[in-house]
Design a protein around this ligand. Structure first.
Ligand code: 13P
Length: 248
C-alpha cells in the first residue's frame, strides 16, 4: 500500500486582514514542485477573496470550522455549504481551540463532519490530549477515543485527514519527541483501520503543534506522519514554504 499523499495545511486562526492575501499569493508563487497537497485555512471572511486569488494555482483554501446544520437561526455561525459556496475545499473540524473554547464534544464534531461531507468539503478532523492527560498516562486512550467519537462512519469512501495536535504543543514551541509522535500516529492509524478497514491506510495523519521550518523535516519524516497542520508558522509565506519543502 502506498503512503498517503502528504497534506500541509496552514491554519491562520483569527489572524489576517485583506492585506494578508499577499502572503497567500506568495505561497502560491513559491510552492513549486512538491509531492504535498497544500492548503491555507484563513478566517472565514477572507475565504472568498483568497479562493479567487489562488484560482488556477495548486494551493487549496479551507475553513476553520463549520456548523452541523445546513441553515437556520444560528447567529454568528457559518454552514459548510456557505464555505463551499465561496470556494473552500476543505474544513478543519474539532480543533482543540473549538473543543475547549466552545465546548465542542466528539459527538458534535462528528455531526459537523457529516454536514461538511454533505457540502462536498474535505474534513481535517483534529484530536489531541492536554498536558494533564499526558502526565496521567492517558494520552493514547484520550486520543484514540476522540478518533472513535469524532469520525462518523459516513466518512468511508471520502477523502479526509486526521490531525494529531497535542494541546500542550500548540503555540508553545514545545513538541513531543519523534518516538512519541510515532507512537500516537501508529495508534491513530490502528484505530482508523479498525473503524474503516484497510482503505484507512490512505488517510493522511497530520501532526500539528509548533511545527516550524527548523523541525519540519524531522517531524514529516516520522513514521505515519502524513503532513502537518501549521498555525503560527503558516502566517509568513517564507516559513510556510520551508515547511512545504520539508515534505519533499
Ligand atoms: P501552532 O503551529 O501555532 O503551534 O498551532 C498549531 C495549530 O493549532 C494548528 O491548527
Amino acid at each position: 500500500m502506498t503512503a498517503p499523499q502528504p497534506l500541509i495545511a496552514g491554519n491562520w486562526k483569527m489572524n489576517g486582514l485583506t492585506a494578508s492575501l499577499a502572503e497567500a499569493r506568495a505561497v502560491a508563487e513559491g510552492v513549486g514542485a512538491t509531492r504535498a497537497r497544500v492548503a491555507i485555512c484563513p478566517p472565514a471572511v477572507l475565504i472568498h477573496q483568497m479562493a479567487d486569488a489562488l484560482a488556477g494555482t495548486p494551493v487549496l483554501v479551507g475553513g476553520q470550522d463549520s456548523h452541523e446544520e445546513e441553515a437556520g437561526a444560528f447567529t454568528g455561525d457559518i454552514s459548510a455549504a456557505m464555505l463551499a459556496d465561496v470556494g473552500a475545499r476543505l474544513v478543519i473540524l474539532g480543533h482543540s481551540e473549538r473543543r475547549a473554547g466552545y465546548r465542542e464534544t466528539d459527538g458534535r464534531v462528528a455531526r459537523k463532519v457529516v454536514a461538511a461531507l454533505r457540502a462536498g468539503l474535505e474534513p481535517i478532523v483534529c484530536v489531541g490530549e492536554t498536558l494533564e492527560e499526558r502526565k496521567a498516562g492517558q494520552a493514547l486512550a484520550v486520543v484514540t477515543g476522540q478518533v472513535r467519537g469524532s469520525l462518523p462512519s459516513e466518512l468511508a469512501g471520502h477523502r479526509f485527514s486526521v490531525a494529531y495536535e497535542p494541546v500542550w504543543a500548540i503555540g508553545t514551541g514545545l513538541t513531543p519527541t519523534t518516538p512519541e509522535i510515532e507512537e500516537m500516529h501508529r495508534a491513530i492509524r490502528a484505530t482508523l483501520v479498525e473503524s474503516f478497514g484497510p482503505a484507512a491506510r490512505a488517510v493522511p495523519i497530520l501532526y500539528g503543534g509548533s511545527v516550524k521550518p527548523s523541525n519540519a523535516e524531522e517531524i514529516l519524516a516520522a513514521d505515519e506522519v502524513g503532513g502537518a497542520l501549521v498555525g503560527g508558522a503558516s502566517l509568513k509565506a517564507s516559513d510556510f514554504l520551508a515547511i512545504v519543502k520539508a515534505a519533499g
